[in-house]
Design a protein. Sequence first.
Length: 422
Amino acid sequence: MQRRYLFMVLIILLLSISLGYALLSTNLNIVGTTVVKDNKWDIYFDNVQVKSGSVTASTPAIDTAKTTVSYSVNLNLPGDYFEFTVDAKNAGTIDGMISAISNKLNGTEINTLPNYLEYSVSYFDGVTIQNNHLLEAGKTETYKVRVGYKKDITKDDLPSTEQTLNLSFSVTYVQADDNAVKPVHPESFETDSWETIISVVKTGNTSAYNVGDTKTIDMGTFGTQTLRIANKSTPAECSTEGFSQTACGFVIEFTDIVTSHRMNPYDSSSTSIGNGNIGGWPASEMRTYVNADIYNALPQELKDGIIETTVVSGHGSTSGETNFTTPDKLYLLSAREVWNYTGIYDTAQGQTRQLDYYESIGVTTSSYAGAIKKSNNSNKSWWLRSAYSNNTSYFYYGNSTGDCNSRSSYGAYGVSPAFRIG
């Protein structure tokens, strides 16, 4: 009897526990409505425009799928060219980006072109088409295609037989992701950011910027200063061994005088003029000042694009000295670079060239008003890096009338440096 009672208690206890779990319960629910919008992927070619001056050719035709443009042209004489633009249009609702680029000649990826052939595919302004370039929904990028028979070639570069060249350029657009970047299209030197300017100069597509264009910058204690494009060209002489790069490539100069400073200090303890021009530009106090105080006052976004320039400078009459070569961020100009001055006591005059800007406005040793620089709206003298080779004391300078002269190194005259982006 006793065992049966225990058994019944256990049964009831188990039932009670089971009943307790059934009475305590919670329902958790996640309820939502998802609407998936309709979208459209639609990138295609549109709007072909042939450039005036192109040779007569078959009008570039867009196929029915709007993904291929075809053209055929005969280039009969050196100097003939054919150029057209076509829009890559994103009429869809999804951003696209370039994932692959192919550029072929006769079915093979192009590494080099024949010496007689000019051929390029770029954006309308010359900017290079690159992977990851973004084409936003509703936007258009205009491509430019140019093929030409080079004009300035030697007889050895001419094809000996008629050549048929099959040129093909293709891009693949995919849905944009976090790697997508907008193509940088320059508008003007004055208004573009330094990031844009630097990017454009590095690709060599500077057609939107002209020699003589200006841009202002804030230099803190040096105040607001104006910069000018002084050079864009890189002629063959720039590749000559020992040639200064100070007037080659994309050169920017200060239009006027930033401040005043001496080339070298005066030595009051002796009858000599301090260091004079001993050691030339490399040993001068001015070089240190320009590449420290003035350079450090430039906006950081500009400094990020300034490159070291190979600067060749002349020497004085100190025994054993030869021309100097230094790597500088900032440098002073030389007499040759401004006035195209060659008949002076500057041993490095043959290792540089006149800047495009001064050549374009006709600055010479007899017509020099274009070389005037100002400080607080007044014409002032400004230093050059050219040592005067007939003594140990002088450097050349531009005077207040725009002419070029020489004087002792200890005078505090104008500082107006230049630099390069590349």
